[in-house]
Design a binder for this molecule. Structure first.
Ligand SMILES: Cc1cc2nc3c(=O)[nH]c(=O)nc-3n(C[C@H](O)[C@H](O)[C@H](O)COP(=O)(O)OP(=O)(O)OC[C@H]3O[C@@H](n4cnc5c(N)ncnc54)[C@H](O)[C@@H]3O)c2cc1C
Length: 403
């Protein structure tokens, strides 16, 4: 229940949880709390249209599909189509198909682009009467170590508002304000720069039959489905390369060469971005009544498709912990939030690091030398030939490895 009191021309309100950010993490927290009948207010600095179009991840992994299913939300919030669980690795033009289905019972991963998930989470939350405020500015947090933190923000019409709450969910990504509200010295940042950049483009071009990773002497490339007529491509670049150095013709020539597919059908490029592969974990993921969820707490190299899925995992354990507290006055799960979330975060960091090294070193385009090239090719060979190695890989890809 949110009660409003006039104050300084704005309003002062009270709720149980204030969620900062309406990305996959914040919207999942909000929907799960709604399922438990727990009040929350979501504050998002961008417009609804902007958030709904932001294209990034493409697969909701098996564990996350089952998580939504366990809350009775899977049919409402998961769009896209079931995924056949086959990945293609193309090494110097030779195809190796690897299953990332672990064979366990229950619903499996879905090809559900991030923007579709965000659109559906938004629609479901609003349809259930949820409170979601777009285009807010100047969000600030106070009293995080008290049992009634205070969140202030400026609404789209310029009016200042104050919300008192029991918990703050910091779901505002790597560049948000939540983490900066934590005093210096409380969090430890574990950062790693992979020394690799990627150019990524979205294009209106036919998706591949299976998500495709390619190793070649010219460097790593990948081709992933993002809808019936849309693809996302990745190209490894020198660490300090610039997007201007990649006109469309160079992008398509490089993709045809590295994917060993001279007939690759091109299409209009609708978005392009160059970014450095980096990984970052903040520990702990909690300060007083502030809980960091998703990218606000950790960034992971896109290799392995874990970033959004980790955000969904954090959201699930945070929402269950708040439910225990509100329903039973039991704070055990809240106190264990950081430790529990970080176990999976480090597990997936290890996997992503392993896959990043294997697929870049195997092409030997990073200057890492012939020794690391041999090691990386041995790793891939084991994955392609050992059923046990393939099974372990599938368990981590599906996210069911840690239960
Ligand atoms: C090119 C690319 C490809 C990717 N591919 C994959 C993939 O294949 N698989 C995968 O699982 N992951 C992938 N990721 C990672 C994934 O997109 C992120 O991990 C995911 O978006 C994290 O969700 P989040 O809700 O934690 O953060 P975000 O999506 O960053 O959402 C944070 C929200 O908070 C809002 N916000 C920020 N500051 C404020 C503020 N001060 N006040 C209010 N609101 C604020 C932002 O506007 C945003 O809406 C990819 C990322 C990139 C960049």
């Amino acid at each position: 229940m949110v009660e409003k009191v006039a104050e300084l021309g704005g309003s002062s309100q009270s709720t149980t949880v204030v969620v900062i950010g309406a990305g996959p993490a914040g919207l999942t927290v909000a929907n799960l709390l709604r399922c438990c009948g727990i009040d929350c207010v979501v504050l998002e600095r961008r417009s609804r249209e902007y958030v709904a179009q932001r294209q990034r991840a493409g697969i909701v992994e098996t564990r996350a599909v089952r998580m939504f299913d366990s809350w009775g939300l899977a049919d409402r919030v998961l769009g896209g189509v079931p995924y056949d669980g086959i990945l293609e690795f193309r090494v110097d033009g030779e195809t190796h198909l690897v299953s990332d289905s672990d064979g366990s019972e229950g619903p499996a991963a879905r090809l559900c682009p991030q923007q579709i998930l965000v659109q559906r989470l938004t629609a479901n939350y609003l349809a259930e009467g949820g409170d979601l405020r777009f285009e807010v500015a100047d969000v600030s947090l106070d009293g995080l170590t008290t049992d009634r933190p205070v969140v202030r923000y400026r609404a789209a019409d310029g009016v200042l508002h104050t919300i008192t709450c029991s918990f703050v969910a910091g779901c505002d990504g790597d560049h948000g304000i939540s983490r900066t509200a934590v005093p210096d010295g409380v969090l430890t940042a574990h950062a790693f720069d992979h020394g690799i950049s990627w150019l990524t483009v979205l294009a209106d071009s036919p998706p591949p039959a299976h998500p495709l990773f390619a190793v070649s002497p010219q460097g790593f490339a990948a081709h992933f489905p993002r809808g019936p007529h849309t693809s996302r491509y990745y190209l490894q670049c020198p660490p300090d390369d610039q997007p201007d150095a990649w006109p469309d013709t160079r992008v398509w020539d490089a993709l045809r060469s590295r994917l060993a597919d001279p007939a690759l059908v091109s299409g209009p490029i609708t978005d392009r971005e160059m970014f450095r592969l980096r990984s970052l974990v903040h520990e702990p993921m909690q300060y007083g009544r502030l809980f960091l969820v998703g990218d606000a707490a950790h960034i992971i190299s896109p290799m392995g498709g874990k970033g959004m899925n980790l955000a969904l995992y954090d959201a699930d354990i945070f929402a269950r912990a708040v439910r225990d507290f509100v329903r039973d006055r039991d704070d055990t799960a809240l106190r264990a939030y950081s430790q529990r979330a970080l176990r999976r975060v480090w597990n997936d960091q290890e996997f992503s690091h392993w896959l990043t090294r294997a697929l870049h070193d195997a092409g030997d385009a990073t200057g890492s030398g012939s020794y690391l090239r041999g090691v990386a090719r041995a790793r891939l060979d084991r994955l392609f030939t050992s059923p046990t190695a393939a099974r372990g890989f599938a368990e981590i890809m599906t996210g069911v490895d840690l239960g």
